[in-house]
Ligand binder design. Structure first.
Ligand code: GLA
Length: 376
């Protein structure tokens, strides 16, 4: 199955952790449709870990009787009735990260149950993996088990903190894979994941996307993965980076309580278009060698888009205001050509011509994003 765009949706974990139930899922499904999330592209609702009972019954996974008293299928049916896709969680080990039964050794049984319940998206995590097992082949086994069901199920592999999954996840059949540990609602975490992602820029392409983890935009310091929260500038930087790197965009906040300012970030049409661009190129990071020292905390990214345009991002990770200046020769536009670019600032709508260089003053933990195209 070819997945042509990074997944977009909502996932329970960042805000609700273990505290999930049928009512939360139904209410969130209603909000996703009534508040325009589905229309903006967020079409997948994923129940993360802790939906299961603590032990299998007759060798099968069963839903927690108090929190999902009707089982998973009616919940999936409800989600589908709203026009959304339904996602569920399991793990490649013998237990999940919440110590519920994992799918190791039960891949074909569980995959068939998931298909029968109407699962469209499986998040498949790594915890409690048996020492004697081989991780790659266990991820491959679930990919095959999903195929064997005949149902199209997007396969999302979380393999938190494991080394170099980007080198083998495509070949085992993943549609997206995590490349870092768990995100928290803090700028330090956003910066850490982005820096790791910038070290492996080219490992993403249609069919198999590198996943920088769920979004924390809108959490504002509330919920399971909360760690102080972020400013609006920091959430904007976070969303812009996830968009430039074509990461899945899985909302992690309580959308029933989101502020209008945070919702505006999640609905930014330019950034969503950058994220979903069908050419799916990772951005190019300007070389830093012309500077006396490598300045890690400020940088410029340029991402080729499929409509002959280029997205530029000027980023400041530093705790102080900086002037970020970039020479266009570092982005393939040397001064010996008369060609020039028109930049459109996606925040202000302002347009201007850039020939040799562009510089912008950036507040701490902020960015400026432009869509550029050649003009005569
Ligand atoms: C891991 C994953 C998280 C979440 C939890 C659930 O930590 O990385 O995204 O799925 O497990 O237990």
């Amino acid at each position: 199955m070819l997945i042509k765009k990074p997944a977009m949706g909502w996932n329970t974990w960042n805000t609700f952790g273990r505290d999930i139930n049928e009512q939360l899922i139904k209410e969130t499904a209603d909000f996703m449709v009534n508040e325009g999330y589905l229309e903006a592209g967020y079409d997948t609702l994923v129940i993360d870990d802790n939906w299961q009972e603590s032990e299998r019954v007759d060798g099968r996974l069963v839903a927690d009787k108090t929190r999902f008293p009707n089982g998973i299928k009616p919940v999936a049916d409800y989600v589908h009735s709203k026009g959304l896709r339904f996602g569920l969680y399991s793990a490649v080990g013998v237990r999940t990260c919440c110590n519920k039964p994992g799918s190791f050794g039960y891949e074909y049984v569980d995959a068939q149950d998931f298909a029968d319940w109407g699962v469209d998206y499986l998040k498949y995590d790594l915890c409690h993996f048996p020492g004697s097992g081989d991780r790659k082949s266990a991820y491959l086994t679930m990919a095959m088990a999903l195929k064997a069901t005949g149902r199209d199920i997007e396969y999302s592999c979380a393999i938190c903190g494991e080394s170099n999954p980007e080198q083998w996840m495509r070949s085992i059949g993943a549609h997206n894979y995590r490349m870092s540990g768990d995100i928290t609602d803090s700028f330090g975490s956003i910066k850490y994941i982005a820096e790791r992602r910038m070290d492996i820029p080219d490992f993403t392409a249609p069919g198999c996307y590198s996943d920088m983890d769920m979004l924390v935009v809108g959490m504002n310091g509330v919920g399971y993965a909360a760690k102080g929260g972020c400013t609006l500038d920091e959430y904007f930087v976070h969303f812009a980076l996830w968009s430039f790197f074509a990461s899945p965009l899985m909302i992690g906040c309580d959308i029933r309580k989101i502020t209008p300012e945070c919702k505006k970030i999640l609905f930014n049409k330019d950034l969503i278009a950058i994220n979903q661009d069908e050419e799916c190129r990772a951005p190019y990071r300007e070389r830093q060698s012309r500077y006396a020292t490598i300045v890690k905390d400020k940088f410029t990214l340029a991402k080729h888009l499929s409509d002959n345009k280029i997205a530029f991002g000027f980023f400041n990770f530093a705790d102080k205001e900086v002037l970020q200046a970039s020479y266009m020769t570092d982005f393939g536009l040397p001064s010996n050509t008369s060609k020039k670019l028109r930049f459109r600032d996606i925040k202000t709508g302002e347009t201007f011509i850039v020939k040799d260089a562009h510089s912008v003053t950036l507040a701490p933990h902020s960015c400026a994003i432009y869509i550029a195209e050649f003009v005569d």
